[in-house]
Design a protein around this ligand. Structure first.
Ligand code: CIR
Length: 264
């Protein structure tokens, strides 16, 4: 039913870091292979941070054959009582979706995209009443059109944003701290691409990684540790940043939102 999913982020699905995480894909933020044990510790810290904010966390087991399996955001788009299963744009990630769709079918009506569609969930940002969809190396026009058609049946509009080649996904350079507001990293999206937003917190290009945040209830917001200007700007806007150490997960181009799928 339209409107039944209130997106207050009460329950998250996460997946353990793969024992082969050192082989995860990395093009943008990574400077070296991630160290698996440190990534696992940071992932635990991430789960603790969610739980400390009152989020129930369900943890799925690692997929050793999929080094990027912890990045569950890329596997599905969830709204109302629907889970749209993605078609990840990188071949090494395509089969990550099968176990996710098995789990999601317990709670959602499952919709699949056609084989011609490519879509990573990391290219989809929900602003409160519409979906911003990034056209990127991972998400093609078929994916965009098919998701838009499904979303429109549920009363949601969509806006397409060309993701610049300076970044992997749309979620890598922007996030929504509250409905209608955007945190955006300078030097990636052009102001005219987000001209519909009155409320924009621009953060400096050298803190791009921190533009990806997870807003929770009561003004709490998960923010990556180590980006002081972003932290200050988010505080100045009236939020309470909860800092999460992500440096090792960053080596695989993964940000905060990438590691969760919110199912309630
Ligand atoms: C990849 O290249 O697919 C992973 N190493 C990183 C995925 C990050 N996910 C996201 O931004 N939603």
């Amino acid at each position: 039913m339209p409107g039944v999913f209130d997106r207050t982020r009460k329950k998250a699905l996460v997946r353990d870091i793969s024992s082969n995480f050192n082989k995860a894909l990395s093009t943008f933020f990574g400077e070296r292979e991630p160290i698996v044990d440190i990534a696992k510790m940071q992932h635990k810290g991430y789960i603790d941070a969610l739980q400390s904010c009152g989020v129930e966390v369900e943890i799925l087991g690692e997929l050793s054959g999929h080094p990027d399996c912890c990045f569950v955001e890329d596997t599905a788009i969830i709204f109302d009582d629907v889970a749209v299963i993605c078609r990840p744009g990188h071949p090494s990630r395509a089969n990550e979706v099968h176990t996710i769709s098995e789990r999601l079918k317990e709670d959602f009506e499952i919709k699949f995209l056609s084989p011609d569609a490519k879509m990573d969930g990391g290219d989809v940002v929900f602003t409160g009443n519409e979906f911003l969809i990034g056209r990127s190396t991972r998400t093609n026009d078929n994916g965009i059109n098919e998701l838009s058609e499904i979303a429109s049946k549920y009363g949601y509009s969509t806006q397409v944003i060309d993701v610049p080649n300076s970044t992997l996904h749309l979620t890598t350079v922007c996030s929504v701290p509250r409905n209608g507001m955007l945190i955006v990293a300078e030097g990636h999206l052009k102001p005219e691409q987000i001209s519909g937003f009155q409320d924009v917190i621009w953060i400096p290009n050298n803190e791009t990684y921190a533009s990806n945040t997870i807003a929770l209830e009561n003004g709490k917001i998960l923010v990556s540790a180590g980006f002081p200007i972003t932290k200050q700007k988010i505080e100045d806007a009236g939020f309470e940043p909860i800092l999460v150490e992500m440096s090792e997960i960053m080596q695989a181009d993964g940000s905060l939102t990438c590691c969760s799928l919110f199912i309630e």
